[in-house]
Design a protein around this ligand. Structure first.
Ligand code: PXL
Length: 278
């Protein structure tokens, strides 16, 4: 069985980061080890959340793993709370990367043209440097704009704008970039990717639903990482992740009095397993 490592916070309530990554990657039949970077009572879209920083625990945890000769087939990162955590992730990339280990970075920092509470432009630039050390990155348009120090275009992104942005993202140093939540055609929403090694693009779109939920980026990235670790080609992994994310949203809004803080990805897991078998 493949073993991967997911590095991000635990938001106890809120359906994002580790409470999304762990069940989704495990359901895909992949052993999922975790490195919690912080424990929050909820994600940061709630008011008055608690925050226990676990940064100081990270070096001892990873030293123990090295002493035990524990290895991973893939390492995925999500929400990281500080410059020091980014530095520690870079060390983990150095210490745990052998040939064939997939370094997957979701620079979870913002959405809809804005950074989340607690982040600023300098942090976004630093996250851009971490992206340069990854094999594949999966920002949304907001995160991409901030990492590159560009203005977020409220008016929208055409297919040509997205292609150009993907090329600039690869110039950060990663061979492959994926942009999530892109909508180059009215009524559709999905992901486009660029592989700078072959100078090729691929994309996958589904229906654009007229709602916006927190945590869908984490659902997408967990499914995309799981699909790649499963051996799916990038193009197929985009389809798996987009269809699973859209089905999670569809399931959520089908329940009366549904959650508004996250999506019911649990109900879409049967579809994920079907897509992974393709
Ligand atoms: O979904 C990304 C995310 C992860 N972790 C925490 C967050 C957010 C988004 O706001 O607040 C703590």
């Amino acid at each position: 069985m493949k073993r991967v490592l997911s590095i991000q916070d635990i938001s106890c309530v809120g359906k994002c980061s580790l409470t999304v990554a762990l069940p989704i990657i495990s359901a895909a039949g992949i052993e999922t080890s975790i490195l919690p970077t912080a424990v929050l009572s909820t994600h940061t879209m709630f008011k008055n959340f608690t925050f226990r920083d676990l940064t100081d625990d990270i070096p001892a945890i990873t030293e123990h793993w090295l002493a035990e000769k524990i290895t991973f087939d893939g390492i995925a990162t999500g929400y990281l709370g500080s410059f020091r955590q980014i530095e520690l992730v870079e060390k983990i990339f150095e210490n745990f990367t052998r040939d064939g280990v997939l370094r997957f970075v979701d620079p979870a920092m913002g959405d809809n043209g804005k950074l989340y509470v607690g982040f600023d432009e300098a942090f976004a630039r630093r996250m851009g440097q971490l992206c340069g050390k990854a094999d594949i990155i999966v920002p949304n348009l907001t995160e991409a704009a901030f990492m590159l120090g560009e203005k977020f275009m409220e008016s929208g992104y055409s297919a040509g704008d997205i292609r150009a942005l993907l090329k600039r993202l690869c110039e950060l140093g990663c061979p492959v970039a994926v942009l999530t939540g892109v909508s180059p055609e009215a009524g559709k929403c999905g992901a486009m990717a660029y592989d700078s090694r072959t100078d090729t693009y691929c994309e996958y779109y589904s229906e654009r639903l007229p709602v916006s939920f927190h945590g869908t980026g984490d659902v997408f990235s967990s499914a995309c990482f799981a699909a790649l670790m499963h051996g799916q080609k990038l193009e197929t992994a985009l389809k798996t992740a987009v269809e699973f994310t859209v089905d999670s949203i569809r399931k959520t809004i089908s329940y009366e009095g549904h959650n508004d803080y996250g999506v019911d990805f649990e109900s879409a897991i049967p579809l994920l397993l079907k897509l992974l078998a393709e």
